[in-house]
Design a protein. Structure first.
Length: 277
């Protein structure tokens, strides 16, 4: 079982889009779920019924993820402080409400509040997500742990490593041979099977899904508050959050930032791996 485990505002839509394209090229059955309502609390049963090859679990909860048998997966987290800022702008302006009906009420509240108070309200809204990030098993066998910040800093290499971990990309020299095999199969009208993509093929897909292309031409750091891909760069919390917001985050989620391995200094925010309990 191959899977990607994500969390809200941690690059999950971006990575899911990449996986969907790769699965389509490799003939793999791709399925995406947001939360336990979509699989009636039985993730293993859902995977078996749907004959899933590659699963994307967008709001991942280890209590459900751990039930999957023989899994090989990767999991992405982000500095909770940047999650807080990103979620505020997404919920205030751009996130769709078709699946998440409760967001409509939250958005109406945010529209009446100044930024300072809206961010405090968002601390409350992130309660479930931050609990799931805190209680995740960061030492699970077969699950590669990644950070959003590293994906942004070195997206090609980090994503190639993650997709190679799933067996979807061949980052070695044998990739040239696999390309030739697939070309012969296509010419003969046959199936390309599950042979992984070469690193060059995957790099092209990553380029087609870059922040600049997904955002309509903006460079990372150039903001459009009404766009799903609003800013695309980490460390924004240091210039947006005030002491009151950081205190509220610590009050509701004691030790979370440090437990996930993030520093108080945005320059060194991803220096340490998450603590395990």
């Amino acid at each position: 079982m191959l899977a990607f485990y994500g969390h809200h505002r941690c690059g999950s839509s971006w990575i899911s889009g990449l996986l969907e394209v790769v699965c389509a090229q490799l003939g793999l059955r791709f399925r995406q779920v947001y939360d336990s309502r979509m699989f009636d609390g039985d993730l293993q049963g859902f995977v078996e019924r749907e004959e899933v090859d590659v699963l994307v679990y967008m709001n991942a909860d280890w209590a459900h993820a751990k039930t999957l048998a023989d899994q090989r997966a990767f999991h992405v987290i982000r500095d909770p402080r940047d999650v807080l800022v990103s979620a505020y702008y997404s919920h205030r302006y751009s996130h769709p409400t078709d699946y998440w009906a409760e967001l409509g009420e939250h958005r109406e509240a945010l529209e009446t509040l100044p930024l300072h108070d809206g961010l405090l309200a968002e601390v409350e809204c992130r309660r479930l997500q931050f609990r799931e990030m805190s209680e995740w098993n960061y030492e699970a066998g077969g699950v590669l742990e990644l950070r959003f910040e590293d994906l942004v800093a070195s997206s090609g290499a980090t994503l190639t490593g993650a997709f190679a971990h799933l067996g979807l990309v061949d980052a070695g020299p044998s990739g040239r041979l696999r390309t030739a095999v697939r070309q012969v199969a296509r010419a003969a009208g046959g199936s390309v099977g599950h042979a992984p993509l070469t690193s060059r093929e995957f790099a092209q897909i990553v380029e087609e899904h870059s922040f600049q292309r997904l955002s309509g031409g903006r460079q990372p750091g150039v903001e459009d508050v009404r766009h799903h891909y609003r800013r695309g760069s980490p460390g924004e919390w240091a210039t947006v959050l005030e002491e009151a917001h950081l205190a509220a985050l610590e009050r509701h989620f004691p030790g979370l930032v440090a437990r996930l391995g993030y520093s108080a200094d945005p320059v060194t925010a991803s220096a340490e791996p998450p603590e395990t309990t």
